[in-house]
Ligand binder design. Sequence first.
Ligand code: QAP
Ligand code: CO
Length: 150
Amino acid sequence: MLEILKYPDPRLKQVSAPVQNFDKDLHVLLGQMQATLYAANGIGLAAPQVGVFQRAFIVDIDWINDDGPGKRPREYINPVLSDRSGRAVYEEGCLSVPGVNEEVKRAGRLKIRYQDRFGKSHEELVHDLLAVAIQHENDHLDGILFIDHS
Ligand code: QAP
Ligand code: CO
């Protein structure tokens, strides 16, 4: 388990740097982030939340459902969001802001370009809860918390 930085830790406001090395160290970090996410009952975790100021996050919106597909962590490295459209309003929380839940209005659809853990580039169109979770986690890479939107 990695230690999760908690609000109002000023390090949560740092802007993270691009991932440069798609090496063993990155793969170990992503594995530790998965273990930390599941142990904390979360659906998303960004590297800066565990004190690593690099542009990477993981999202698993389904594992928490009893009738879902099980654990399938998605990994996004050096993400770039574009083509935002529509509206989604979810009651959000954050592992770095425990016990607080607030409605946030975000885009309901967007395009994400990103690299995987091997450095290969991908593009996906996402919507609804996955789009919201991606925007929430991407904000962490720029030092923004969901409570900053209210
Ligand atoms: C971000 O948040 C998110 O306060 C991920 O006591 C949340 O995993 C994106 C959590 C909602 C979209 C919608 C928070 C667990 C987990 C808490 C989380 C808590 C226990 C938050
Ligand atoms: Co968060």
